[in-house]
Design a protein around this ligand. Sequence first.
Ligand code: FMN
Length: 391
Amino acid sequence: MNATTKKSLNIAPANIADYRRLAEKRLPRQLFDYIDGGSYQELSLQNNTNAFDQVLLRQRILRDVANIDTSTELFGNKLAMPVILAPVGLAGSYACRGEIQALTAAQQHNIPFCLSTVSICSLEELHHKTNAEFWFQLYVIRDRSYAIKLLKRAKEAGCTTLILTVDLPVLGERYRDIRNGLSSDPNLWGSIKRGLDIAIHPRWLWNVAIKGKPLVFGNLTDAVPDARSLNDFKAWVDNQFDASMTWQDIHWIRDHWQGNLILKGIMDIDDAQQAVKIGADAIVVSNHGGRQLDGVPATITVLPEIAKVVDQHCKLLVDGGIRSGLDVFKALALGADACLLGRAWAYALAADGETGVSNMLNIINNELNVAMALTGINKIGNINSNVLYKR
Ligand SMILES: Cc1cc2nc3c(=O)[nH]c(=O)nc-3n(C[C@H](O)[C@H](O)[C@H](O)COP(=O)(O)O)c2cc1C
């Protein structure tokens, strides 16, 4: 991740850090910061990535690693590797109809893609234009009848797996978004600055803002029929986060969703135990990529203790700071069944659309292969804490 490219020719992206740099060049500052930023002091954001550096591996030799199999099984489906593209809002504003491009790349790599509630492309657009299977993510919103409607639409679009995001009863502030004028309607000078930010990115203006229209929250167009800008949708969504939600609401969701149910945003062993008790099919150990509560541990720091209490009663997924196949390998060694990638695919999408996401997934897969070979592991199921170096 830290390997510098300053002295290279920079002809092709070698890792996710390179995709991050490309995304920074391609996107208006306000959008890049929206992806890249975390809440408050961005401590949780930094913890997530830094913690991976502290996990060390045991190098092993002469163990016949000629045939490495990175495939795994999740909910009865075979995946080419234990990786899922996490729900990331607004992806259609990073690249032209971005969710379709990312889903297409995920489908080619035989891994799941999860559509965010606040995507640009709607459930129906994805279903009709790709005919691919995908997952859907839902926030528990105040308007329960609208939530039911979304669940019904997801089912009709062929989704069999739902991620319910439970770590957003209120919104964490991101200083970068406030400074960029994303949290309120800017004054005249602010509008001019935002306009200039867009004008100096003509490639984005043409490829995304013009060719990628309409830039609306595709799943919510009938909820906010008078919306004239993304800010109007954002205002509706911000007002819909339900701070009164409790575990009872998970029963309510279960009553309306017969497919796989994943609870995303668990960081505590008591909550993990409760999720198992309530019958979740999987949980995602997640701090929302450091975008909610600042100053929490890295997700992989809490992962082993959560793995202990989950004790294989449901699938254990993790996200936060995963930027390489080595990180995926380490997360599996610490107890995860599979990992979600958030910013990694958002950067790659902004940098080079479907090709970028596809190449990023090749990079992750190659790195995972190498990590397995050099620790003497042939199968995903054989990755456990024995591959970790313990002083
Ligand atoms: C730009 C951005 C938008 C996101 N939008 C959503 C969302 O709509 N729903 C959701 O459950 N999580 C959302 N997340 C959180 C991701 O699903 C995931 O938990 C997080 O990105 C993982 O951390 P990482 O980015 O370090 O991989 C978003 C994250 C980012 C960076």
